[in-house]
Write a protein that binds this ligand. Structure first.
Ligand code: MRU
Length: 332
């Protein structure tokens, strides 16, 4: 299923906020609606918002010719780039497509399609490299995987990052069980990863986030696989809130902790995790579950959407081009 596409000035995307109960398709033909969809997480996951951003720039160039209407075009570039701060893919793709759009608006769309195709090929490569590494590290013929958030085709354009590895293991017939964490507050694991695992026919059991560390200590999984929103030059990795707890627990349990992300998620301009801006999404998502209040009206909350796992807790980083064995002293 192609969950994100562009044709004739319209970006079509599945609304991830409605899954799995409803399959609603959004047709977006203006920049404000695209920025709203990214902020609301109708489209989410670092590579997917990168592709959506690239299409957004192509759409903006169509609506506002950069040579005659540069003020409106530059405002669109700014709004799309700033829609979410942590996933570096969005800034990377906007910075790649916008200069092309400024000189040749028609060429911007070809570049956006190229970015989509690159992410598609990257997912296939990460799946293969990651599956090989998992089997090597686990030293077993059959493996059980734990993962957080949604890192599948919904979060990229097909197959995914960490979930692509799990899909490849399943296709090779060596996946005993996948264990996704539900991923509060927005339940990307409980709603989206389960939806994708079911569609691929993989065996899985869902757990609440706080069960992850305990189950690792009890030997329930052979490997932890996560995606990334930004990997700093020293290997520190920003990913969905809860990743850091899993990394600490994996270290405690002696379980390999593997980050799977395309090269486009590496940010060599950011030295380390302390310099990564972490999006706080405000109290509403914590004080409610899918808009149903669970706390007294007016409850304040801290809501970091991501955390940073230090490189010292990461066994390896798998990209579409290489395996960086961080625990063996290899660097990006
Ligand atoms: O807030 P989200 O749902 O956009 O967060 C997504 C994640 O944290 C993913 O793990 C990350 O973007 C990698 S997706 C291939």
């Amino acid at each position: 299923m192609q969950t994100l596409s562009y044709a004739d000035g319209v970006i079509t995307m599945i609304d991830q906020t409605a899954l799995p109960q409803q399959e609603i398709w959004l047709e977006i033909d203006n920049v404000a609606d695209l920025v709203g969809a990214i902020k609301r997480l109708s489209v989410r996951g670092a590579p997917a918002i990168g592709v959506a951003g690239a299409y957004g720039i192509a759409m903006a160039a169509l609506l506002h010719d950069p040579s005659t209407d540069s003020e409106a075009f530059e405002a669109a570039v700014h709004d799309i780039r700033e829609a979410r701060p942590t996933a570096v893919n969005l800034a990377h793709t906007v910075d790649r497509v916008a200069p092309i759009a400024r000189t040749d608006p028609a060429a911007a769309l070809a570049e956006a399609h190229a970015i989509r195709d690159e992410e598609l090929h990257a997912s296939i490569a990460m799946g293969e490299l990651g599956a090989d590494l998992v089997l090597e590290l686990a030293q077993k013929a059959q493996v059980r995987t734990m993962t957080i958030c949604n890192t599948g085709g919904l979060a990229t354009v097909a197959r995914g990052t960490a979930l692509a590895v799990i899909q490849t293991l399943h296709e090779r017939g060596v996946l005993t069980e996948a264990i996704p964490l539900e991923t509060r507050p927005l339940l990307q694991g409980g709603r989206l990863t389960t939806w994708e695992l079911e569609r691929m026919g993989a065996p899985f059991r869902l757990i609440v986030d706080s069960a992850g560390p305990f189950l690792l200590a009890r030997g329930a999984a052979d490997v932890v696989l996560i995606g990334a929103d930004r990997i700093a030059a020293n290997g520190d990795t920003a990913n969905k809130i809860g990743s850091f707890s899993l990394a600490l627990a994996a270290k405690h349990a002696g379980v390999p902790f593997i980050v799977v992300a395309p090269e486009s998620t590496i940010d060599m301009k950011t030295d380390d995790g302390d310099a990564i801006e972490i999006e706080d999404r405000g109290p509403h998502e914590v004080a409610s579950v899918r808009d149903t209040p669970i706390a007294p009206v007016g409850t304040n909350a801290i809501n970091p959407a991501f955390d940073v796992t230090p490189a010292s807790l990461i066994t390896a980083i798998v990209t579409d081009k290489r395996i960086v064995r961080v625990a063996d002293g290899e660097t990006l």
